[in-house]
Unconditional design. Structure first.
Length: 147
């Protein structure tokens, strides 16, 4: 069993370990300065960024999810972008990922968001298996242009 709750400042070191594992999974390296800035933003009331954690029965952090609320040209209300989701390998297949997504969905409902969405890499087949069960594909393909 896991409990999903907002991360607190005291969770930084445990969050950082999962955040680094997430980066390894996606073969990226986010500078420490950016990581620290991101962590600070989670606790800044003017930022519409949220970090939730999945804690096991020993109160160990075993999963993280980040959500960002933003305006949309298509909706009168905010949209909620689930930007990052990572579950420790020891918890995969246990329903932890789905619980983290549902916690973000509940947060989006509380904030009266008009939409919750996320993306993943094409070859992330394990995650896509879950996503295909609980959501629908939008049909859009993302492009990114280096700046």
């Amino acid at each position: 069993m896991v409990e999903i709750k907002p991360l607190e400042a005291k969770d930084f070191d445990n969050w950082l370990a999962l955040w680094k594992a997430y980066q390894v999974f996606y073969k990226t390296d986010i500078p420490l300065e950016t990581t620290k800035l991101t962590w600070q933003r989670f606790f800044e009331p003017s930022e519409r960024m949220h970090a939730l954690g999945a804690f096991n029965e020993k109160n160990e952090l075993v999963g993280i999810v980040h959500a960002i609320f933003h305006r949309s040209c298509w909706l009168p209300d905010y949209s909620c972008y689930l930007q990052d989701l990572y579950v420790d390998a020891s918890q995969r297949g246990s329903g932890t990922g789905e619980k983290l997504i549902e916690a973000v969905a509940e947060l989006a409902r509380e904030q009266n968001a008009g939409k919750l969405y996320w993306m993943t890499q094409e070859d992330n087949l394990v995650a896509r298996g879950l996503y295909d069960k609980i959501a629908h594909k939008s049909g859009f393909i993302q492009y990114a242009k280096p700046l």
